[in-house]
Ligand binder design. Structure first.
Ligand SMILES: [Zn+2]
Length: 314
């Protein structure tokens, strides 16, 4: 039973890291926690976090944000994205048994979208599309204030929109998906390929570093490195091409862009908006606000907590 005054906990599991948020009944953020754990200690670690956060007052229920989809009938986890084996299929049942609390599971992109919608860059909108651009590209759709997850829970897979029909093979089986050019590892691959074939780009500081990351590219772009700037700008064009399709399809009020790749800030946001403007149906473009996410890594745990709260009051 939910009573006013009860708190809600959201936990995002990613690899071997768990990030938790405690919110009150009004959605105010009370506390956050981050912990590393060994894969086999997942349940005991999550239960310890719940107990720790529970010391601040009674907890009504828990929301879990996981890298995979959830079968609404069985609450089983489907297709966890990380190959570490950390996310067990019966996470729902085991977590309920370990904590004695009601548990709601949701995909991490959906949870982050809900967090931004209720407490971040989506506030005030009624319809919102969220895109998480990091090691992969995920998305989530909120229509009339609710997550719309589709016929089998896979709605919003914007990372697998085809950008280049002749493009590279994607993990999903298709070729030329947005994820094959704009995810963090894809940006690094494109930058390496270009450094190898274009001698003028060897002036870039990135050419000195054999193991640079997408973060390094963003950092060098911020320092004014022309090559890094060009890579970020072109990535923005690819993302903008995907966003234009979303806008044309949904005529959505707000697009919120999150994930590590967006840490490049306006260097990537501006080319995204320019490309959307160039490609989208103009009346759709004019009705849409395109903004950066606000909650960072806390978006998914906050969203999971708020989903748990709102499921309890449904
Ligand atoms: Zn794909």
């Amino acid at each position: 039973m939910t009573t006013p005054g009860s708190n809600f906990i959201g936990i995002n599991v990613s690899g071997t890291q768990a990030r938790a948020a405690l919110v009150d009944h009004d959605g105010a953020l009370l506390d956050t926690k981050v912990a590393q754990f060994a894969p086999r200690e997942l349940i005991s670690q999550l239960a310890a976090m719940v107990e720790d956060l529970g010391s601040r007052g009674p907890v009504a229920s828990i929301g879990g944000a996981i890298p995979g989809r959830v079968n609404r009938q069985t609450d089983g986890v489907i297709a966890p994205r990380d190959g570490s084996g950390t996310i067990i299929e019966d996470l729902h049942g085991e977590l309920m048994r370990a904590t004695g609390l009601r548990v709601e599971l949701e995909n991490d992109a959906n949870a982050a979208a809900y967090g931004e919608f209720k407490a971040g860059a989506g506030r005030g909108a009624r319809n919102m599309f969220y895109m998480m651009i990091g090691n992969g590209i995920g998305g989530a759709i909120i229509l009339d204030g609710k997550l719309w997850t589709g016929a089998s829970g896979f709605a919003g897979e914007v990372g697998h929109i085809t950008i280049d029909a002749e493009g590279l093979q994607c993990v999903c089986g298709n070729t030329g998906c947005l994820e094959t050019v704009a995810s963090a590892p894809s940006i690094v691959r494109r930058a390496r390929e270009r450094l190898n074939r274009d001698s003028t780009s060897s002036l870039s500081r990135l050419a000195l570093n054999k193991t640079f990351t997408a973060e390094d590219i963003a950092h060098q772009a911020n320092e004014g490195d022309d090559f890094a700037l060009m890579m970020i700008e072109r990535t923005g064009k690819y993302i903008g091409t995907g966003v234009a399709s979303v806008i044309n399809l949904l005529n959505i009020e707000r697009i919120v862009l999150g994930g590590g790749v967006m840490d490049a800030g306006s260097l990537i946001l501006n080319p995204i908006i320019q490309e959307v403007k160039r490609r989208a149906f103009q009346p759709c473009f004019e009705a849409t606000e395109i903004v950066a996410a606000k909650l960072g890594l806390d978006g998914a745990p906050i969203g999971a907590a708020l989903l748990a709260r709102d499921a309890a009051t449904d």
